[in-house]
Write a protein that binds this ligand. Structure first.
Ligand SMILES: [Zn+2]
Length: 150
């Protein structure tokens, strides 16, 4: 399951992340609802996630230990989210910009960051973003962005 830092009482979150402000909690909740009702168990999401170095399917991640969604007030339009898999393997950080862009952008970012928690490399790799294609998140208007690295 996912927990929202700000809705649920969070333990220590990654440095420079904080509680999701109340006004963005509905967007985050909507993104998770879409994942649960329209993506989990569908498309090729379990197959693509299982192929990552961590080897867990999307369903494994969803049903495993709680994964926390945290907030970064960054709002510059270039940073969507981040993780620190080595030290915070059950935390995703989503920026204010992403939440402002709405539930689909938030969902796409959560899936991208989940891929990093499951071992998708950063740097020049497109592995994390490419998982969106196999999770029903590819349309003309996004949220999948071909060629996004890291
Ligand atoms: Zn990334």
């Amino acid at each position: 399951m996912f927990k929202l830092n700000g809705e649920d009482i969070c333990r220590e979150s990654p440095p420079d992340s904080e509680e999701i402000p109340a006004k963005y909690l509905p967007t985050a909740r909507q993104a998770l609802d879409i994942m649960r009702t329209r993506i989990l168990g569908k498309y090729r999401c379990d197959e693509i996630f299982s192929s990552l170095p961590g080897g867990k399917s999307l369903r494994d991640l969803y049903n495993g230990l709680d994964i926390w969604i945290n907030y970064d007030p960054s709002n510059d339009g270039t940073d969507y989210g981040w993780t620190m898999p080595d030290t915070f393997p059950y935390d995703i950080v989503i920026t204010q910009y992403t939440l402002r862009m709405g539930r689909w952008c938030t969902l796409g970012t959560i899936v991208h960051e989940l891929a990093h928690l499951n071992g998708a490399p950063g740097g020049d790799s497109t592995a994390a973003e490419d998982t969106l294609k196999s999770c029903g998140l590819r349309s003309r208007s996004g949220p999948y962005e071909p060629g996004v690295k890291g």
